[in-house]
Ligand binder design. Sequence first.
Ligand SMILES: *Cc1c(COP(=O)(O)O)cnc(C)c1O
Length: 462
Amino acid sequence: MKYISTRGQAPALSFEEAMLTGLARDGGLYVPESIPVMPESDIAALAGLTYEEAAFRVMWPFLGESFGEAEFRAAIGRAYAGFGHPARAPLTQLGPNHFLLELFHGPTLAFKDFAMQLIGQLFEVALKRRGERVTIVGATSGDTGSAAIEAFRGLDAVDVFILFPHGRVSEVQRRQMTTPTESNVHALAVDGDFDACQARLKDMFNHFEFRDEVRLAGVNSINWARVLAQVVYYFTSAVSLGAPHRPVSFTVPTGNFGDIFAGYIAGRMGLPIRQLTIATNQNDILHRALTSGGYVTSGVTPSISPSMDIQVSSNFERALFDAYGRDGNAVAQLMDELKGQGGFTISQGAIDILRETFASGRASENETSAAIATTFAETGEILCPHSAVGVKVAQEQSVDTPMITLATAHPAKFPDAVEAATGQRPPLPNRMADLYERPERVTRVANDLDALEKIIREGRAS
Ligand SMILES: *Cc1c(COP(=O)(O)O)cnc(C)c1O
């Protein structure tokens, strides 16, 4: 299995190379050359398996020669051993035919642990085999950074630097990034919003001299290995509810489009998904793009679901690549327009394809709070604000299949918004109850490429 860039210029890579590289050198994102289809009988056979075994079977066809079978199984085992629930991704029921997929039982209480814990284990195996060392730099709106730090802390072959928007992440998110004591972990508070952090990260990847000097590696949601890890829970949840014999639908709280793109891949692999719904908060560029055909940036408005506060949705480029018939030049041109003019118009042919594939909806701040309050009153379930955006949008859909809404974070990660809506302050799970007492370590830095590169050069172990 080879991986090709959405902009058509960078060389094709193996799974391992694409994982270690992150962003392609032409600025594009790696996607598999073709999507392996899983026969219906293989999907049916996932029923009743452990999460780990299902994960192996779903991901294995994408790995090519990169890892051995036993090596990959062992990495999966280590990745999910620290989760606080034996099912890893359990389903609960919210209403008639409406289910919540709880993706918040990992070490940092958000779905990003599913991908990040695995990628940490795979990096370790690959780098040890190669005798190499890399510098991981990530940009985060909160949850990616803590998940990355948790996955890579203390590993020998990796330094981790995480850029987060100063003052715009929740206290729990910040503390999860600033309290680990391992010397290979560095939290950088950038004076700017998440899009600024993401833009500086892209600048570093496009500054080849720096990129090669520090052996830069990326683990943002553009990393294909992360998308792949997220495909698994679409299968396990759908199979629990009767797939492949009965189709299901999903609603996915969406920011950078990584999680929902994993659902799209699951569908391409043969999982019968009737409807795949993008749920956005008030930062609704994706909902507007699908509705109007214009992908137009308009500045970020901070919300109570901060991990979805973005205006440039990186992984959407992968969906565009397919919608444009895998024409890398067309995608490169759109991305140039985005950079130069702040937006682009999606062609009629491509928007038709996107609308066949995705539905969409948005939730305002008030609607999000109301969804937390009513869900609590009706079911006793406490939702985080991101999951509440999903639940609100899911309730507006009319589908004749089970609807599975992805619960992307634990409510204790966003206690202020949850308390305002329900009057209840959700406690942290016992295993991290002392988070508020641990000392913090963080470097404040300007939204400036040179300043960031200097800190990274000097902060590395080698
Ligand atoms: C990252 C995140 C999202 C958005 O996921 P994408 O893959 O960026 O679309 C939603 N909710 C939570 C809690 C997150 O951490």
